[in-house]
Design a protein around this ligand. Structure first.
Ligand SMILES: Nc1ncnc2c1ncn2[C@@H]1O[C@H](COP(=O)(O)OP(=O)(O)OP(=O)(O)O)[C@@H](O)[C@H]1O
Length: 92
C-alpha cells in the first residue's frame, strides 16, 4: 500500500484514539481534520493540548498544520524531519 494511503487509513481507524503528537521538543498537539496533501505527506490541523495563545502565530499558536510523512519517504532519508526546530527559529 502507498505510504500516503497507509497514513490516511491509520489515522481514520484511530480517529478517535489518535494519540497526541509531539516532535523534537515541540508542544503536544491533538490531531484534528485533514487539510490537504503535499509532495511529502498529508497535513492535518493540530490543536495544542496544553498552553498556547489564541490569535498568535509561531510556536505559541493554539492551532497549527501538522504534516505526517512516512518514515520511508524521501524527506526522511536522513532521519526524522526537523521542520519544527527550523520554524521555531525562523518565527522568532
Ligand atoms: N497551514 C496550512 N493551513 C491550511 N492548509 C494547509 C496548511 N499547510 C498545508 N495545508 C494544506 O495541505 C496541502 C499540502 O501542504 P504541503 O505543505 O505538504 O504542500 P507541498 O507544497 O506539496 O509541500 P511538500 O512538497 O513539502 O510536501 C496544501 O496544499 C494545503 O491544502
Amino acid at each position: 500500500m502507498e505510504p500516503d494511503k497507509q497514513i490516511a487509513n491509520t489515522l481514520k481507524i484511530h480517529q478517535h484514539h489518535q494519540p497526541p503528537v509531539q516532535v523534537g521538543g515541540s508542544p503536544i498537539y491533538k490531531v484534528e481534520r485533514k487539510l490537504g496533501k503535499g509532495g511529502f505527506g498529508q497535513v492535518f490541523v493540530g490543536r495544542r493540548v496544553f498552553g498556547g495563545t489564541v490569535c498568535i502565530s509561531g510556536p505559541g499558536a493554539m492551532e497549527v498544520a501538522l504534516k505526517f510523512e512516512h518514515k520511508n519517504s524521501k524527506g526522511c532519508s536522513y532521519g526524522p524531519p526537523y521542520e519544527w526546530q527550523v520554524y521555531k527559529y525562523v518565527c522568532y
